[in-house]
Each structure stands twice: as C-alpha cells, then as structure tokens.
Design a protein around this ligand. Structure first.
Ligand SMILES: NC(=O)C1=CN([C@@H]2O[C@H](COP(=O)(O)OP(=O)(O)OC[C@H]3O[C@@H](n4cnc5c(N)ncnc54)[C@H](O)[C@@H]3O)[C@@H](O)[C@H]2O)[C@@H](O)CC1
Ligand SMILES: Nc1ncnc2c1ncn2[C@@H]1O[C@H](COP(=O)(O)OP(=O)(O)O)[C@@H](O)[C@H]1O
Ligand SMILES: [K+]
Length: 442
C-alpha cells in the first residue's frame, strides 16, 4: 500500500513550519532547492525566468534561482519589488544576479511562478494576472511554486485567472487546493518537495487501499453479504449489485417486487426484505429508488451497516435521523444540498460539517470527491478521469463501497477504498466507457 500523502490547510502548514526543528531559514532553503531540482528533472537545462513576489513564496524563488545557476542553467529573476519578509530579504541577498521588473521582463522557455503561495489574500491586480498569463503563454513550460498565484490554498477557488501550469511543486505537503476544483485542473503534474516538516495526517490524499484478504476458511457469508433494496427503476440497482459482486462480496441479495434484467446469475433476487438478518454485512438503498420512501425507512430500522445513495439521500430529511445508523452517504452536489442545505466554507469544510451533523461517513462526490468522517478525518480523492461523468457510475461506486463494508472494512476505510478503486477502474476502462464497462475493471 502506498503511504497516503498528508494534506495541510494553510493554518496547519504554518503550525508544522513553526514546529520544524531545522528552523524557517533552512525550510526555505529546502523549498527552493526542491523547486530547482523538480524543475530540472522536468524541464532539463532550458533557460528559466523566475517571478518573485514580496513574501516567502518569492523567497523560495531567490533560493531556486541560486540553485539553478549553480547547476549551470541560464536563469533570470524578475520581482514585483523588494521583499517584505525577513526570510525573503535574506534569500534575496544571497542571489548575486540581477533582478528585473516583472512589468517589463522578457519571457523565457521555462517560467517559474513564485509570486504568491499560501499567503495570497485576494486576487492579483488585473495588470499583474494579465502579465502572468502572457509570460506563461510565451513560455514552453510553466511551473508553480507551491501553488499557482491566484489560487486560494484552502478552498481551491481562483481569486484571479491563472494560466495552465505543467508542473506544480508543493512544499512540505499538499494543500487542499491541489485536490479541489477548480484549481486542481490547472496545476499540471503535482509533486511534493520534502522539506522535513512533520505533517498531521488527519487530512490526506487517498492512496492505494489495503483490502482484506480472503481467508482460507472463508465461506460466502464470512466474505460479506450485501443486501440491496431495489426501487422503481431496478436497472440502477442491477449496476450496483453487479459492482458489489465484482468487489468481493461473498453473497449479493436484492429484494425486489419484480424480476430485474441484467443481474449476474450469482446475485439472488428475493421478494421479502428481512433486514434483521445478522449475516448482512451491508445494506444498500437508493440507486433507482424512485418515490419509495418506505424503503429508506425500512433500511433505517435495521442495525446493520448501510450505504445510502441517490434519491434515498434526499429522502432522509433531517441529518440527525442518521445518528447511530452506521451509515455511509454518497451524495453528489445536488443531493448534498438537498439534505444538508447550503453550508458555508470550502468543499472540505462542508463535507466535514455534514459528517458531524449526521454522524455518517460522507462521500461528497464530483470531480474532486472527498470522504469525510465524523471524527474529522478527511480523504481527498486523487484525480479521476472526467469521463466518469456519465449516468450510472455513482450506482457502481455505491455497490463497490457496500461490498467493501460487508467485507469487514471500517466505514471510512471502505468509502476511501471504493473511491480510489472506482477512479482507477475508470482509467482502465478508457474515455469511451459507459457505467456498465466499469464492472469489467473492478
Ligand atoms: N513560512 C515558512 O517557513 C516557509 C514558507 N514557504 C513559502 O512561503 C509561502 C507563504 O509565504 P507568505 O506567507 O510570505 O505568503 P506569500 O509569499 O504567498 O505572499 C504573501 C505576501 O503577499 C502579499 N499579498 C497577498 N496577496 C496579494 C495580492 N493579491 N496582491 C498583492 N500582494 C499580495 C501579502 O501582503 C504578503 O506580503 C508558501 O507558499 C511557501 O512558498 C517555504 O519557503 C517553506 C517555508
Ligand atoms: N468530471 C468528473 N471527473 C471525475 N469524476 C467525476 C466527474 N464527474 C463525476 N464524477 C464521478 O462520477 C460519479 C457520478 O456519480 P453520480 O453523480 O451519482 O451519477 P449517477 O447518479 O448517474 O450514477 C461519482 O463517483 C463522481 O465522483
Ligand atoms: K506561486
């Protein structure tokens, strides 16, 4: 299993930097060196122009300039003015080359943006962001130091327009914006330069999951029984149940009032729904539910773990109804808002608030899927292909998570693993996939 990469908010990053035993000057030295190293590996020996802002992001730029020059690379520096922080002033003093003005410097094949990082307070002035866009357009490769200048590090919002970068070098740890829309799509390849800080790991990028092994003495019930409650449009549940079966559940059962086309023969259809069966590892309700709120009510009478998806989410009504339910919810933005209302803050803040209000694990889907636990853990999905935006892929995800939960994974871990596997399955399935095709790649 790959170690999950920590993700730090601006405040958490400041704390981690302040606690670093090596001190802030050495952190900046490591950040600048890491930026130079990553740029060299990516761009080779092409001439570079470094844009330095007034704060410590600019300081990193002066350090990187020195490191690139030591490597024999033709590097120029252009600044907005004199540095305003002590750390950046010191870094500036160690740069022995000339410093041009950002307003009138000429472009270079490699543009390195060290204007602003986590300290950005508002959008760049129009003349400055236009200058940044045009210098990037005239370069072959654009590299962002820590973050593209214009991005709010905590929310991923664009406070002013940014160019498309080819490489973003995050210092010490990823920040939320590296994995949140809309900023994440304009950063190119994102690498983390290790600067030796100790990072809190409650927020992290979801990594390769460790799935429970099939025990030699396994039987179908011990491998996990998923019980699905089919609704008015059973095709959706056919996708979910198939996904559950292909995600390692030992037994998948669907209660339905009429036969369902397209189910694997190994999935069992039953008429009645006995949800007090202690062998049930996870109940799944929601896909294709239609207007059958009684099925949600039925699911909520059971003490078994459950995945609540699609229409069933909107039918919950009051998040507090989910307390003590051992539930995983998988809303997209519309379903999220119908249940939780309009919450303030970033998508990360909203996901955590929803988990706290409901006591459930929340899989807040989208191009930037998040998995939030009531205890404050937050998993950010690595980027998944946009061709997942097609009908039925959410049904597949719900079935996958239900199977992993039934296999004995804890709710939060099952949700993170399902999200990760779903994204990789889509990569394998390719751009012309439909939701049904994902099943062949689970
Ligand atoms: N604090 C540390 O120990 C370290 C910080 N590092 C770097 O420092 C960065 C954060 O540095 P800072 O906190 O100094 O912040 P920044 O360098 O991101 O920018 C802050 C400065 O820009 C000004 N500013 C903000 N938004 C502006 C706007 N739209 N237009 C004009 N001026 C604006 C602020 O008033 C402040 O002077 C990180 O992203 C990272 O690159 C790294 O060197 C690692 C160590
Ligand atoms: N642009 C995108 N990039 C990556 N993943 C996406 C994108 N759009 C949607 N997805 C993913 O596709 C799935 C869609 O689920 P959902 O909205 O419930 O659709 P449906 O109800 O049709 O199954 C979710 O897992 C979501 O995270
Ligand atoms: K930057």
């Amino acid at each position: 299993m790959n170690e999950a990469r920590p993700i730090l908010s601006v405040a958490a990053m400041r704390d981690a930097e302040a606690a670093a035993p090596c001190g802030l000057t050495e952190l900046m030295e490591r950040a600048g060196r890491g930026l130079a190293e990553a740029t060299c590996r990516f761009a080779g020996p092409m001439p570079a122009l470094i844009l330095c802002g007034p704060g410590n992001n600019g300081g990193d730029g002066y350090v990187a300039a020195r490191c690139l020059a030591e490597r024999g690379i033709a590097v120029r520096v252009a600044a907005l003015g004199e540095p305003t922080s002590d750390l950046a002033r010191a870094a500036r003093q160690h740069w022995e080359g000339p410093v041009e003005r950002v307003e009138n410097c000429s472009p270079a094949p490699v543009l390195i943006d060290c204007l602003f990082g986590t300290g950005l307070k508002r959008g760049l002035d129009p003349s400055l962001h236009e200058r940044l866009l045009s210098l990037a357009q005239e370069s072959h490769l654009a590299v962002a130091a820590d973050l593209p200048s214009g991005v709010d590090a905590d929310s991923g919002a664009l406070l002013s327009p940014i160019p498309d970068y080819h490489l973003t070098v995050a210092f010490g740890a990823l920040k939320p914006a590296h994995r949140l829309m809309p900023a994440m799509t304009q950063m190119g390849r994102v690498v983390v330069a290790n600067i030796g800080i100790e990072a809190d790991r409650r927020w992290f990028e979801i990594g390769t999951p460790a799935l429970p092994a099939v025990r030699p003495d396994a039987h179908k019930y011990s491998r996990g029984l998923v019980h699905c409650l089919a609704g008015e449009m059973p095709g959706a549940m056919a996708l979910s149940a198939s996904a559950a079966a292909r995600s390692g559940a030992g037994y998948v059962r669907v209660s339905t009032s009429r036969p369902i086309a397209g189910l694997p023969r190994s999935v069992v259809e039953v008429g009645d729904a006995r949800l007090d069966d202690p062998r049930i590892g996870c109940i799944l309700v929601g896909p294709g539910l239609g207007h059958l709120p009684q099925l949600l009510t039925l699911a909520l009478t059971s003490n078994r773990p459950k995945v609540i998806d699609a229409e069933a989410i909107s039918l919950v009504g009051d998040p507090a109804r989910l307390r003590g339910q051992d539930a995983i919810l998988t809303p997209h933005a519309g379903e999220f808002e119908r249940l939780f209302g309009t919450l303030s803050g970033s998508k990360a803040d909203q996901a955590l608030a929803a988990a706290e209000a409901s006591g459930a694990v929340i899989v807040f889907k989208g191009a930037d899927t998040l998995v939030a636990a009531p205890d404050g853990r937050l998993g950010f999905a690595p980027p998944a292909p946009a061709w997942l935006a097609t009908a039925g892929t959410g049904d597949v995800l719900a079935g996958m998570i239900a199977a992993l939960r039934a296999r004995g994974m804890a709710a939060f871990d099952a949700a993170c693993a399902g999200v990760w596997l779903h994204g990789r399955a889509a990569e394998h399935a390719g751009p012309d996939m439909i939701a049904d095709d994902l099943l062949e790649h689970l």
